[in-house]
Design a protein around this ligand. Sequence first.
Ligand code: SIN
Length: 330
Amino acid sequence: MKKISLALTSLALALSAGTAVANCDSGERVVKFSHVTGGTTHPKVVAANNFADRVNKEMNGKLCVEVFPNSTLFGDSKELEALLLGDVQLLAPSLSKFGSYTDKYGVFDLPFIFKDMDHAIRFTKTPEGKKLLLEMDEYAGFVGLGYWMSGMKYFSANKPLLVPSDAEGMKFRVQTSDVAKQMIAAMDASPQAMAFSEVYGALQTGVVDGQENTWSNIYTKKFYEVQDSVTETNHQLLAYLFMTSSEFLSSLPAADRAQFIQIADDVTQEANLNVKAAEAANRANILKAGGKINTLTPAQRQEWVDTMKPVWSQFERYIGKDLIDAAAGA
Ligand code: SIN
């Protein structure tokens, strides 16, 4: 029988961090799910908790998923290694964080390749997109269970960034993505890769001048508190690989494996159906909390496209032209 939430203190702490608390029974196999986002309204927090709730109910007595949000178990720099070591069984890292394992995921980072999240979702359903789920299985043992969309990205800084030249000479935090680094360099600005958990402090202390992220991350991590404004650039996608290891998956009895994969698929579909509403709600939350949002005229937006799109050709030989065409044309 599942017992939810033991001590009141741990429940209070967990709820404030958006954690799904599960107290696993002794006969159940514990499945640890680590991720780096927080709050209660973030699409990844909601999807991870839904997955845990479904497995803990429908596979009760067999598996018990415990979710660790907010980099509380592993942060960006350690989580993939932890999966390889079997210290965690589920992750949902940004597709921009796989540069040490594959160049192919750079396709998701190309600026302005996806018009919106619907376009990106269409690509993930093509044969090329589906194949990428298992891109790292053979040599790294990483298995993609699904793509979770997070949102389009927007630049924040301590001054309005209406055209790329407004960013000249500034330092921007980026994820560990070579495409993102080149994109920032194309703006005559400096990229600085750092873990997600360090971004607020780096913005607050001026280690970096700005960052790029979704409404949900900007709201739940309170980046708007330490930045003057966010510009609605819509320049890039943020999406996650909901993933496990082939070692864990193959250790499950066949029927349990099929049920686990089915739940993963259902939760992925539901997460991607709800993500646009979550992003819109968190955009409104930023405004309600006093954050400022700059919108672009079509001519200003075109300047961003013209500055950033040349980055595609720098990565064509690593990502592959066929893959770029498949994504752009989906
Ligand atoms: C995430 O949404 O998982 C983190 C994104 C980032 O590192 O900016």
